[in-house]
Design a binder for this molecule. Structure first.
Ligand code: HEM
Length: 467
């Protein structure tokens, strides 16, 4: 192991006695602290949090290799599973080993491109509703919080795709399940990063409200499971062509017996968790850049006009596929603002990766935004230039490294919802740019990165008007 480096030889940012780097790390936006340290001490370094050591890596090659060596050598940070299992969630995101392989196969199949294309009518219906809602908001001259609007959009799509429920948060002011879901993400984030699991000994008002939220979501999803089972009973047609994720899982359960009811619940819940905020935040960040780049906004508008003619938005998968510039815009926003800038992985055994020895149980905190915004990998890396994603459109780009993009992770646990997410992003962006004018109501620097398991633009306040 002559050329092997181990954690002791890694540099480290300056800490304080006993607590180590905890005081600075304890900030709300941990990813920004970790990114700043990478710039200060180097791409691979260690930190100590009350004596416990962690490796932090902003090195794209090391991160790629770690992500690839799952599920055998690495798993997601164990605490994620601990917290999710405690909430009764057992699905593809937190399963490991052989169990993960079963969940993964089912999830990937349910979200493959062919099935995602089959979801087009849902995307179209919800995009029309977003249009109608924004029309009213524009007439009222209201200031809107874009991120909250986009959550409604992705919640409506995802709930329909997950279990065929038309939740319609775009047209209804209140929905019970949505109210409850909104409490889940921030709480998972809070508990994963809590130094002491206080809620196990003493339940605060917030913990109790959270328990109640989980309870009512569980109850509702179980009602959906019962209804779907009833629909599938004696219906060979539906069994052969399930119309949503839940039905597909139930068909699989009755043919292979591989999934328990608990796992079916866990996977449906996982799709809601994994598919909503990630996509809504990515659309919101894209709009944040479009607002500052009117020339790009105009190009998306022109593309939408060319592709959709008089219609409000793309009306088929073919039209959606033709929105190539809009896709480049989405990619560029995800490069600059990946909504999961932190991916934490834990070694399942002693392992050497790219010359770095990582001991069993050690957690590696990956910071993927650092490389995505580094001139070493992308020319003028800090600038929003969608053309870099279109071959030959931008001759100035001698440096372009799409292989280091980690917005959707990498390796065997790469995001299975990518196709769906990109379809949703393009659909929303096309409709918005084609039909509305947006004016930012705050200074761009007042729109800040905020974190609740995923990173979202806080304070993205906009006024709408009709084109
Ligand atoms: C722009 C939107 C999205 C982003 C940025 C995103 C990002 C990610 C990332 C970074 C991971 C971890 C990958 C890894 O560990 O290598 C992930 C996993 C996952 N995502 Fe997404 N995602 C998005 C949308 C979606 C959607 C729409 C769905 C489903 C409806 C989805 C379902 C999942 C699932 C089930 C996993 C866990 C996969 C596994 O562990 O095998 N995601 N996503």
């Amino acid at each position: 192991m002559e050329n092997t480096l181990d954690i002791d030889k890694l540099p480290s940012p300056k800490g304080v006695p006993v607590l180590g780097n905890l005081p600075e790390f304890n900030a709300e936006n941990k990813h920004q602290v970790l990114e700043a340290w990478a710039k200060e001490v180097g791409n691979v370094y260690k930190i100590s949090l009350m004596g416990k050591k962690f490796i932090v890596s902003a090195d794209p090659d090391l991160n790629q290799e770690i992500l690839k060596r799952r599920p055998d050598a690495f798993r997601r940070f164990g605490k994620i599973d601990e917290i999710m299992s405690e909430m009764g969630i057992l699905g593809v995101f937190n399963a490991e080993g052989e169990q993960w392989k079963i969940h993964r196969k089912l999830t990937s199949e349910a979200l493959n491109l062919k099935n995602v294309q089959g979801f087009f009518p849902t995307l179209q219906r919800v995009t029309h509703r977003l249009h109608d809602r924004w029309l009213k908001l524009a007439e009222q001259n209201d200031t809107i919080d874009v991120q909250k609007e986009m959550v409604r959009y992705t919640v409506d799509i995802t709930t329909d795709i997950a279990f065929g429920y038309d939740i319609n948060t775009l047209q209804k002011e209140k929905d019970v399940i949505q109210d409850q879901m909104e409490k889940v993400f921030p709480m998972i984030n809070e508990r994963i990063t809590a130094p002491i699991p206080l809620w196990r000994y003493f339940k605060s008002k917030k913990d109790k409200a959270f328990d109640q939220a989980i309870e009512s979501i569980v109850k509702l999803v179980h009602e959906f499971i019962a209804e779907a089972r009833e629909r599938l009973k004696d219906n060979a047609d539906l069994q052969a062509n399930p119309t949503n994720f839940l039905e597909a899982l139930l068909v699989e359960q009755s043919s292979s017996g591989l999934l328990s009811d608990k796992e079916i619940f866990g996977n449906v819940f996982t799709i809601l968790l994994a598919g909503e905020d990630t996509t809504s935040n990515s659309i919101s960040w894209t709009l944040f850049y479009l607002l500052q780049h009117p020339e790009v906004f105009q190009k998306v508008r022109e593309e939408a006009g060319r592709v959709c003619g008089d219609k409000l938005c793309p009306s088929s998968n073919e039209e959606l596929a033709a929105m190539r510039y809009t896709e480049a815009v989405a990619m560029e926003a995800m490069r600059l603002k990946p909504v999961t800038p932190n991916l934490y992985m834990e070694a399942l055994k002693d392992v050497t990766v790219n010359g770095l020895f990582i001991k069993k149980g050690m957690t590696v905190m990956m910071q993927n935004k650092v490389a995505q915004t580094d001139d070493a990998h992308f020319t003028n890396a800090d600038q929003f230039i969608p053309e870099r994603w279109i071959p030959k459109a931008c001759p100035m780009h001698d440096k372009h490294s799409p292989q280091i993009m980690r917005a959707f992770g990498a390796g065997p646990r790469f995001c299975p919802g990518r196709n769906l997410a990109v379809h949703e992003m393009k659909m929303a962006l096309a409709m918005i740019c084609k039909n509305f004018e947006l004016t930012l109501q705050v200074k761009p620097e007042e729109v800040i990165e905020s974190f609740a398991f995923t990173m979202f633009p806080k304070n993205l306040k906009v006024k709408l008007s009709l084109r």
